[in-house]
Write a protein that binds this ligand. Structure first.
Ligand SMILES: Cc1ncc(COP(=O)(O)O)c(C=O)c1O
Length: 406
């Protein structure tokens, strides 16, 4: 029987293949160190959990909630933007709460896309950026990720040669998976370009608070004068407050776009459970100490990973932000491609990583390492990998060609 039209647009998740291997290795008793999925392992701060427990006792909170977010939550998000970026938002018209930023992004795609609309999307990138629009009937044109002057010539070509002219440009800095961070000057050029060509900018700022240079926190695209004409930005509580399972995020910015998303959502959901919205409000209105602690943990893990993997013969460039390192596959194994290399690491080193190809074809020389295991286990992963790399010449020749070509 033929697959349904929408399902055909969703190829099997590449990560699933590594997950399956991981599950069977674990079932056979292996202790797999999992640097694969970007699923924060830190507990949500106690004061946020306590707030949830307190509010859930009140039966009035058990009813349907507000799809676009309770007013206090939207005000708290506007206050965060004012404090952190100096950006003024009207909580009534320029802020909508979402069930995680992933839901918000996907439903924005549903809200604004007509069949065949062209979307400019980084490659490699977090999969929902492309698949949200593919599901909505859009067509993806791949762009580069590096936030420098090399970014713009492909954009210019896309505007000149795409039919129809592109509807939207997706940007995601700090980037998942590459960890690139954009400057405000870069965002100025992006907004200039978007306004000149009447293109919508969708900025995914899920890693706004996970950065390691205290003097250089990632900016918001909305800081650029005039950005509100063209852009919306998505943020998330998942990483900032270690609340991935709570499903709480936001879209803010251009009123027409926020109104379109709010409208679509009003047909689909009743918003997050009210106690979650109240606890999220409490988190956003906090003094920032919870965020600083999360950042410090990821920074220590990053330093341990860069040092121990480097010593093991697997060079990992230090990411300036996000909870990921984006590392080139060691030369000898690069021809295998990232999926085969990732499978080998599970089978031979008990380490799971995310194959770069899962983020787009341009990622195939890389793997993504998530900082979601503690320092001790990151060191253990490095030892396992060292052993695997140093014995590969003797033990792998029957399994794979180490000189072959992809
Ligand atoms: C770049 C990026 N955007 C969005 C998300 C989704 O986050 P949320 O939990 O808010 O849906 C993630 C999660 O990994 C991400 O890396």
């Amino acid at each position: 029987m033929e697959e349904f039209h929408k399902v055909r647009r969703l190829p099997p998740y590449v990560f699933e293949q590594v997950n399956r291997l991981k599950a069977s290795a674990r079932a056979a008793g292996a202790d797999i160190i999992d640097l694969g999925m970007g699923n924060p392992d830190l507990p949500t701060p106690k004061n946020i959990v306590d707030k949830l427990c307190e509010v859930v006792q009140d039966p009035r909170t058990h009813r349907y909630s507000s799809s676009k977010g309770i007013p206090g939550l939207r005000r708290a998000q506007a206050a965060y933007y004012a404090r952190r970026f100096g950006v003024k938002l009207n909580p009534e018209t320029q802020v909508v709460a979402t069930l995680g930023s992933k839901e918000g992004f996907a439903n924005m795609a549903q809200a604004i896309t007509a069949p065949g609309d062209v979307i400019l999307c980084p490659n490699p990138t977090y999969p929902i950026h492309a698949f949200g629009f593919l599901m909505a009937g859009g067509v993806i044109r791949s762009m580069t990720v590096e936030p420098d002057e090399s970014f713009f010539p492909p954009l210019e070509r896309a505007v000149r040669h795409s039919i129809p002219k592109p509807l939207a440009l997706i940007i995601n800095y700090p980037s998942n998976p590459t960890a690139h961070v954009a400057s405000l000057d870069f965002y100025k050029d992006v907004i200039d370009f978007a306004r000149k060509h009447d293109i919508i900018v969708l900025s995914d700022l899920a890693y706004s608070e996970i950065y390691f240079d205290e003097n250089n926190p990632p900016p918001s695209v909305l800081e650029v004068p005039g950005a509100m004409d063209a852009a919306v930005e998505f943020t998330s509580m998942s990483k900032t407050f270690s609340m991935p399972g709570w499903r709480m995020g936001f879209a803010v910015g251009n009123e027409r776009l926020i109104s379109a998303l709010t409208r679509v959502k009003s047909y689909l959901d009743y918003g997050a459970f009210t106690p979650i919205q109240v606890a999220a409000t409490h988190a956003l209105n906090g003094d920032g100490s919870d965020i600083a602690e999360v950042r410090a943990v990821y920074k220590r893990r990053r330093d341990v990973m860069v040092e121990s993997f480097g010593k093991a013969g697997f060079e990992v460039p230090p990411p300036a932000a996000t909870m990921f390192a984006w590392a080139k596959i060691p030369e000898k194994f690069r021809h295998l491609g990232s999926l085969e290399f990732s499978k080998l690491l599970v089978e031979k080193a008990d380490v799971a990583v995310a194959p770069g190809v899962g983020f787009g074809e341009m990622g195939d020389d890389y793997v993504r390492l998530a900082l979601v295991e503690n320092e001790h286990r990151i060191r253990q992963a490095a030892r396992n990998i060292k052993k695997f790399l140093s014995s590969a010449d003797e033990t792998m020749h029957n399994v794979i060609s180490l000189n072959g070509r992809r």
